[in-house]
Design a protein around this ligand. Sequence first.
Ligand SMILES: *[C@@H]1O[C@H](CO)[C@@H](O)[C@H](O)[C@H]1NC(C)=O
Ligand SMILES: *[C@@H]1O[C@H](CO)[C@@H](O)[C@H](O)[C@H]1NC(C)=O
Ligand SMILES: *[C@@H]1O[C@H](CO)[C@@H](O)[C@H](O)[C@H]1NC(C)=O
Ligand SMILES: *[C@@H]1O[C@H](CO)[C@@H](O)[C@H](O)[C@H]1NC(C)=O
Ligand SMILES: *[C@@H]1O[C@H](CO)[C@@H](O)[C@H](O)[C@H]1NC(C)=O
Ligand SMILES: *[C@@H]1O[C@H](CO)[C@@H](O)[C@H](O)[C@H]1NC(C)=O
Ligand SMILES: *[C@@H]1O[C@H](CO)[C@@H](O)[C@H](O)[C@H]1NC(C)=O
Ligand SMILES: [Cu+2]
Length: 309
Amino acid sequence: MTNSAVSSPVAFMAVIIFSLTTLSLLPRLALAQDAGVTRHYTFDIQLQNVSRLCHMKSMVTVNGKYPGPRIVAREGDKLLIKVVNHVQHNISIHWHGIRQLQTGWADGPAYITQCPIQTGQSYVYNFTIVGQRGTLFWHAHISWLRATVYGPLIILPKRNISYPFAKPHKEVPIIFGEWFNADPEAIISQALQTGGGPNVSDAYTINGLPGLLYNCSAKDTFKLKVKPGKTYLLRLINAALNDELFFSIANHTLTIVEADAIYVKPFETDMLLITPGQTTNVLLKAKPYFPGATFLMTARPVRDRPWNL
Ligand SMILES: *[C@@H]1O[C@H](CO)[C@@H](O)[C@H](O)[C@H]1NC(C)=O
Ligand SMILES: *[C@@H]1O[C@H](CO)[C@@H](O)[C@H](O)[C@H]1NC(C)=O
Ligand SMILES: *[C@@H]1O[C@H](CO)[C@@H](O)[C@H](O)[C@H]1NC(C)=O
Ligand SMILES: *[C@@H]1O[C@H](CO)[C@@H](O)[C@H](O)[C@H]1NC(C)=O
Ligand SMILES: *[C@@H]1O[C@H](CO)[C@@H](O)[C@H](O)[C@H]1NC(C)=O
Ligand SMILES: *[C@@H]1O[C@H](CO)[C@@H](O)[C@H](O)[C@H]1NC(C)=O
Ligand SMILES: *[C@@H]1O[C@H](CO)[C@@H](O)[C@H](O)[C@H]1NC(C)=O
Ligand SMILES: [Cu+2]
């Protein structure tokens, strides 16, 4: 394969046109600035019909969302997340990258730190975020349920502590994943039975959307509308199952400011590599000219699909 990610059929892409969600990331907190607050979330594990690439399927989700809901907290906050299992699968949720100081049992890997939550049961994850700020994520941690059960975990700095870089105009989570037309549980169970490699996914996704390089997918393209000259904080998360991804935005340089919830000395790059489980915050400065222009945003794996080798 060539390096031309934009024309590769296995890359996925999106066009910067429309405004996606704007994060209301700065909720007013009730308590004193240093103490941290307790934030409550409820995750209902439930089936949801989702259609991509002209394939509709019933998938395991949190609250019927794909990708799942955002968790937003500040460094120092306590999280109480009640997970209620309404599906036939056993499940547990991993708070990926959280250090879990003195709360190892809240980490989430099934049969490692806890028994999975069984059908009809619930469990409250109870932990405090200590000494971390930036972007992490959460996902299912049993079998291959993480293929559809994942979402951003956004950790803002403590109240009255600013970022060590200029305040961005907006913050946008960009979460990479994989779409399987088949049931991911059937794929991993077939692979375990045959001893062969598991079938590869049918598409890579940005925020659950495969983008317009795939057939029957143009309407499922992530679009981000930007204002000329403004700076955007992109919270990049690789929630793909197995693939390391190269990410870039045409004609733009990215400034990396944080990795795995630790600030880094900022540096610029045209392209970055992000492996499954990694997260990183980057600044994107929109060009001050070219009104109405669109720029492609792509991610693609290190090694291509077998049929493209
Ligand atoms: C998914 O679609 C099937 C078939 O159309 C339907 O029977 C089922 O109720 C739907 N499930 C949900 C959660 O909407
Ligand atoms: C669900 O978890 C329980 C407890 O660990 C286990 O006994 C049971 O076999 C599991 N069910 C499935 C379908 O894996
Ligand atoms: C959460 O854990 C703390 C101890 O770290 C405990 O005092 C508190 O009661 C727990 N809360 C819930 C709702 O389980
Ligand atoms: C924290 O910020 C608020 C405004 O957001 C301000 O009123 C308050 O004085 C600040 N507190 C400290 C200790 O800086
Ligand atoms: C995996 O791919 C093979 C070859 O295309 C196909 O026959 C099989 O049904 C697939 N397995 C699943 C679980 O979808
Ligand atoms: C899209 O469909 C056409 C016609 O079936 C096929 O030739 C092409 O390879 C497909 N492209 C992708 C990216 O799957
Ligand atoms: C974007 O980059 C391409 C390739 O370097 C170049 O041909 C094109 O003129 C650039 N477009 C803009 C709007 O900067
Ligand atoms: Cu994880």
